[in-house]
Design a protein around this ligand. Structure first.
Ligand SMILES: [Zn+2]
Ligand SMILES: [Zn+2]
Length: 386
């Protein structure tokens, strides 16, 4: 039998170690080594490293036959300088675990320890430690490296800590849980000239003014009104001469949606609007549109399983099965796009202290949640693989 008190102490030590040594996306070599070393100390696990870069999969077969579930944690930090002043604060400027991925990784290590110590369940659990969540690279890197061909899963699950949600509360929803993030750059090519003689120019700023307003008709006239769709131009760059009409205008921006269809709709309409407005004005344009994060689309049956287990663990009053969708993006979407899955938030607020939000230089993952998260994963896996 595993000593749960010892595991609790170990988890705090692991989390503090990871917190003190944060690594950015695609640079998580020491973090991956640390995770692999902890997994190697546990019985019954088959550990494979180097998947899609620094990704790790640990496979645990139960004593009986049954389905295979994947549980994922992310390992990377963000490029921020820590201001917590904690004894285990990051020693490196512009590297900080300000999103709590140190906590996610530790909770999954704790879950692996609990499940590996007693694999009396019917099926297989795969513990997926992914790199590079923050820029949206890591899950994609692992999928492109054959994650689900090499380590098939029937379902996949992931969680994010939420320091603004009461401690021990679970929230999730069916369908779009986290937004897709698309980025775009529109380069408008006109013909520059003297500011006093517009008749000799093709003014790309005039094109931009029309495009800027027309882009909002994608939201108001093309997208389904009940779908959340955001199109934002965030940057405009001209040639920079006060008394000259520029030759070029470069516009950058960001779009958010909760369905792949809306993401495709924005791209298609944006290309049409830009092309036609420019043609009408005698200009040309180049539109670059990139899909940075897929939306997290939660599978109905998988949400049901999380909600059932969470109600048993935390009480029905602490489970919200239809929470508001998050405007933040999560690259868990690349896993949930391959196999049915559910992503949910775990409330980690400290009841008697100030709770700084994620991505704040004063944020620190709440250690009290380590045991809660690890125990929930343990309970959840055993529920699914009864
Ligand atoms: Zn983050
Ligand atoms: Zn995060």
């Amino acid at each position: 039998m595993i000593d749960k008190n010892q595991l609790k102490q170990d988890m705090v030590a692991w989390r503090h170690h990871l917190h003190e040594h944060p690594e950015l996306a695609r640079q998580e070599s020491d973090t991956a080594k640390f995770v692999a070393a902890r997994l190697a100390e546990m019985p019954n696990l088959e550990v494979v490293t180097g998947i899609g870069g620094h990704g790790i999969v640990a496979t645990l077969k139960g004593t009986g036959e049954g389905p295979t579930i994947g549980i994922r944690a992310d390992m990377d930090c963000i490029a921020m300088t820590e201001e917590t002043g904690l004894p285990y604060a990051s020693k490196t400027e512009k590297k900080m675990h300000a999103c709590g991925h140190d906590g996610h990784t530790t909770m999954l290590l704790g879950a692996a320890a609990l499940l590996a110590s007693d694999p009396s369940f019917n099926g297989t659990v795969r513990f997926i430690f992914q790199p590079g969540e923050e820029p949206g690279w890591g899950a994609k890197d692992m999928v492109e490296d054959g994650l689900f061909e090499r380590f098939p899963c029937d379902e996949v699950y992931g969680l994010h800590n939420s320091p603004v949600l009461p401690f021990g509360r679970i929230e999730t929803k069916v369908g779009g849980m986290n937004a897709a993030e698309d980025n775009f750059t529109i380069k408008i090519n006109g013909r520059g000239g003297h500011a006093s003689r517009p008749q000799n120019t093709v003014d790309p700023l005039a094109c931009f003014a029309e495009i800027y307003l027309a882009l909002q008709t994608i939201v108001s006239r093309n997208a389904t009104p009940t779908n959340a769709v955001v199109v934002s131009c965030t940057e405009v760059e001209c040639d920079g001469v006060h008394n000259a009409i520029p030759s070029h205008v470069v516009v950058r921006g960001d779009a958010r949606t909760y369905t792949l269809e809306d993401s495709a709709l924005i791209e298609a309409r944006m290309r049409e609007i830009c092309e036609h407005v420019c043609a009408m004005n005698g200009a040309t344009c180049e539109v670059t549109y990139t899909h940075e994060f897929l939306p997290v689309i939660n599978n109905k049956a998988c949400v049901g399983k999380v909600v059932d287990a969470a109600r048993k663990c935390f009480g029905a009053e602490n489970v919200d099965d239809d929470c508001p969708a998050s405007t933040g993006s999560e690259d868990f979407s690349y896993f949930a796009n391959c196999v049915p899955g559910c992503f949910f938030n775990l409330g980690t607020a400290r009841p008697d202290a100030e709770n700084f939000p994620l991505h704040n230089p004063h944020y620190d993952f709440n250690d009290d949640a380590l045991e809660v998260g690890a125990s929930f994963w343990d309970f959840f896996a055993r529920e699914l693989l009864k």
